[in-house]
Ligand binder design. Structure first.
Ligand SMILES: [Zn+2]
Length: 113
């Protein structure tokens, strides 16, 4: 997991009026970033308060609900669910946990060991 902060000045109204924390693996960050950029470009002011990984899924908490915002979030969550949290591969990815690897995350076949 990587802690990452998005700043209000970069995504005004897309995220809430303060900097928000985003705690997801490095291979998921591009999808989160794309989601925020897409929302900004299309003026979807979701006022996101938190972005994190929970039970192997991308979770986005936000205040200003709309079908448009939901569509962006679902797209990003889907992309993350198909991307290995360990290596970024998109081949044969499934939710997986083990004693060695800790909690459940999407992992490719090579990383499911
Ligand atoms: Zn992998």
């Amino acid at each position: 997991m990587q802690w990452f902060e998005y700043e209000y000045k970069d995504f005004p109204e897309v995220i809430a009026k303060r900097n928000i924390g985003c705690c997801v693996g490095e291979h998921w960050h591009p999808y989160v970033h794309n989601m925020l950029c897409g929302m900004l470009y299309n003026k979807i002011y979701a006022q996101i308060v938190q972005i994190k990984e929970k039970f192997g899924e991308l979770r986005v908490y936000y205040d200003n609900h709309s079908p448009e915002a939901e569509a962006y979030i679902l797209d990003a969550a889907k992309a993350c669910s198909q991307t290995c949290a360990d290596c970024g591969s998109q081949e044969d990815v499934e939710l997986y946990s083990s004693k060695n690897k800790g909690w459940v995350l999407p992992r490719c076949k090579a990383c499911r060991t």
